[in-house]
Ligand binder design. Sequence first.
Ligand SMILES: C[S@@+](CC[C@H](N)C(=O)[O-])C[C@H]1O[C@@H](n2cnc3c(N)ncnc32)[C@H](O)[C@@H]1O
Length: 283
Amino acid sequence: MIVHDILNEATLCFAEAGIPSPRLDAEVLLAFCLDCDRLEFFKNPLRPVDEKVLALFQKLVTRRLKEEPVAYITSRKEFWSFVLEVNKSVLIPRPDTEVLVEEALGICKGITIPEIKILDIGTGSGAIALALACELPRIRVTATDISAAALAVAEKNARNLRLDSQIKFLQGNLFQPVGDFFDIIVSNPPYIADEEYDKLPGGVKNYEPREALQAGLGGLDFYRKIVNEAPAHLKHDGWLLLETGAAQSVKVISIAEASGQFDDMSVRNDYAGLPRVIKARRK
Ligand SMILES: C[S@@+](CC[C@H](N)C(=O)[O-])C[C@H]1O[C@@H](n2cnc3c(N)ncnc32)[C@H](O)[C@@H]1O
């Protein structure tokens, strides 16, 4: 069979099953099987595909039809300017989180000291920590996670990207393993409300780690804890940046206001126009 026909068949199959981006997923999976770039398919749609590759592709299509995310099937996900290795121990990094990276880098530009210390709470695959470290060599990140398996993925990504000298990884509950002061604290914490968890799409609920997602009744547990504990680890005038669910930003701002520890609070929208990142400066 040739690429053109294989892609059309798989796209149709995914579309009928209600997979959200059928053509893209078919292309990514076939490119993975052929170890080539997707652009190759535009250049050479008549390329023949041998039986062995086709058999592998069909296995991956079957996994995708069971809603397994493409990133877990291929063990990789693009984020910022690089490709990260991922597995089921880590949340698949989302493009929305790049807005948090942009905001943190904007703050860094105004900091003139030779070494900027950043804490990333709940680093998962290391996405945020790595994006920050790769943009500015004077950034030093401490990246924590409660999950040892997630930290193993993050550490591997740091080595692969040769950024390990800029990042220290620590396992533990939120601030518990941290004994330092930071210029910036960032986090994309779990924020799915208990009552919303069962309504998540199957691809999220059945494959991504529950501990990366679920955050108590109302989904605000981690925001309350982080807002309350962050001031003890922030330098004066240091910044706290939190990714939030689209409907949570007002509530998270209220939590920060009620703590009495922050001012200069603002919300940054993501590229879909939804509130996504809150920024607050320690008084
Ligand atoms: C929503 S994911 C974010 C992952 C990554 N920062 C990103 O943006 O793709 C939340 C992360 O917080 C971690 N986590 C959950 N509870 C935690 C806790 N009590 N202390 C530290 N990390 C925790 C999870 O293991 C997960 O990796």
